[in-house]
Design a protein around this ligand. Structure first.
Ligand code: G6P
Length: 486
């Protein structure tokens, strides 16, 4: 029989993330539309969910939206409702005005407010309860990202039968920055409720382990942390990097469709058939270095090293977190810069920057990647940056040049890109010119190596390696094997 205090569900695999893979939207006639939601997390998890028959717990993207669980495209969706106030305090406040800037090396300054912390605790509890109500006895629950760092501990305390994984999609900062957080110990305690804590880069896992040593003094050996329990024993927690990826074959398949290739040709034609199309695709976020990129491009036009007759920069900036002050300010800055640059350099027939503040369907993005000779990823800090991997996966023709910031997690893997420091404007200008002028042979050689990496390490390999570490953890717990070791 089911205990009323801790209802037990039927799913043996449960994913918990702040955002569901689909956003709720009400059509003008009052009917409901579900739209694919933004960001890398959803892109990465969707294929796994479709094949595993699990439940996905998350927020449907609007306030006060009370929707019953339903099935979407083969995935069981369990919506968690947030009030307008909770959205403001937990999502816009603590998640995106405290944790996001703090974890991205304080590019924008984080706010620290006690009320928003309280909301973060309350909402994390709601997600934990929803997960428990879905998870069968002994189920695996995989919690995602910085919005839900307290959930692993809440699950462990209430449901010690569960196998609990956590994956952090964004960077984990160095101790000097992390230590600013007034709730730094509570967050670590929350995360340490998991059996396996995954990070994007080796460095992120190292930063986390160091923070645990500094703030709790727990012994660590390699990727293993010995966490004391109430019963004076220790639990082994693994903190390790598992760089996330994409469904590379899926992207290539789309890129090979004749209608998408026709669309790519059309895009170039509509741009006036410039010799070179340069592309940037980002959420409109201050971590992405969009302003730095525009500055470099503008100087290249001003110096006469590039000309609008030959080169167009297409910048897709998808709307993001529009109620957060730093994002509003960023939008103003970027749009001012784009407007100025176009005013200075565009001609009647050639636009310097073709700027679009929209999200686009995946097919359209694939066509843009195919149409782009040069892809600019100039993030000042980024957990991974899946756009870089998507561009590579799409270029089955072996052409195209990726310019990639060394501050994106992807730079640890995509070494044959032209790597840049986006703060170094002169260096970025040289890199762009080099990309524009790169001979075909060099482009192909680099792209071939990049593609090998992305196809050998796709999202299926990522989730398989995380989940196998996690089931190793369960085996250790059950005293069956010592598979994980140090
Ligand atoms: C990043 C985060 C995700 C987030 C996405 C979109 O990829 O790691 O957790 O979902 O951005 O941001 P949003 O705030 O719109 O969910």
């Amino acid at each position: 029989s089911v205990e009323p205090a801790a209802p037990i569900g039927t799913f043996t695999f449960v994913v918990v993330s702040n955002r569901l893979p689909v956003d709720f939207e009400e059509a003008p006639d009052g009917s409901t539309i579900w739209r694919t939601s933004p960001g890398g997390l959803v892109t990465a998890l969707e294929p796994l969910m479709r094949s595993s028959g699990g439940a996905w717990i998350g927020w449907p993207g609007v306030a006060d939206c009370d929707v019953e669980p339903f099935e979407n495209d083969g995935i069981s969706i369990v919506p968690v409702c947030l009030s307008a106030r909770e959205l403001e305090e937990y999502y816009e406040g603590f998640s995106n005005d405290t944790l996001w800037p703090l974890y991205h090396d304080v590019i924008a300054s984080p706010s620290f407010h006690r009320e928003t912390w309280d909301a973060y605790v309350t909402v994390n509890r709601r997600f934990a309860e929803a997960a428990m109500a879905s998870a069968a006895e002994g189920a695996t629950v995989w919690v995602h990202d910085y919005q839900l760092q307290l959930v692993p501990r809440m699950l462990r305390d209430a449901r010690p039968d569960l196998v609990i994984g956590f994956f952090n999609h964004i960077p984990f900062p160095s101790y000097g920055i992390y230590a600013q957080l007034p709730w730094r110990k509570q967050i670590l305690h929350g995360l340490l409720g998991a059996d396996v804590i995954g990070f994007q880069r080796l460095e992120d896992a190292g930063n986390f382990t160091r923070a645990v040593r500094r703030l709790y003094g727990y012994p660590t050996r390699g990727v293993v942390i010995d966490v004391p329990t109430d019963t004076r024993q220790t639990r082994r927690v693994v903190a390790k990097h598992f760089p996330i990826s994409i469904d590379a074959a899926g992207y290539e398949e789309m890129a090979r469709r004749p209608e998408i290739q026709a669309r790519a040709r059309q895009i170039r034609e509509d741009l006036g058939n410039p010799k070179t199309v340069i592309l940037g695709v980002d959420r409109l976020d201050y971590t992405k270095g969009i302003g730095h990129r525009i500055k470099a491009f503008g100087e290249l036009l001003a110096d006469g090293r590039l000309s609008v007759e030959d080169v167009t920069l297409v910048q897709i900036a998808s709307p993001s977190r529009e109620q957060v002050g730093s994002y509003m300010a960023l939008r103003d800055d970027i749009e001012l810069a784009v407007g100025r640059l176009n005013g200075d350099f565009s001609t009647i027939s050639h636009t310097a920057i073709s700027y679009h503040h929209h999200g686009y369907p995946r097919e359209e993005m694939v066509a843009m990647f195919l149409a782009a000779d040069v892809m600019l990823v100039t993030a000042l800090r980024d957990g991974m940056n899946l756009v870089a991997k998507e561009y590579v996966a799409v270029r089955f023709d072996g052409d195209g040049v990726l310019v990639l910031s060394e501050f994106a997690g992807a730079a640890d893997e995509l070494k044959q890109a032209i790597l840049i420091n986006p703060h170094d404007i002169e260096g970025m200008k040289d890199a762009i010119v080099r990309a524009v002028e790169m001979p075909r042979r060099d482009r192909t050689r680099r792209m071939r190596a990049l593609r090998r990496r992305v196809f050998d390490h796709d999202v299926a390999a990522w989730s398989a390696s995380f989940l196998s570490a996690l089931s190793g953890g369960a085996a250790v717990k059950a005293g069956i094997s010592d598979a994980l070791g140090a």
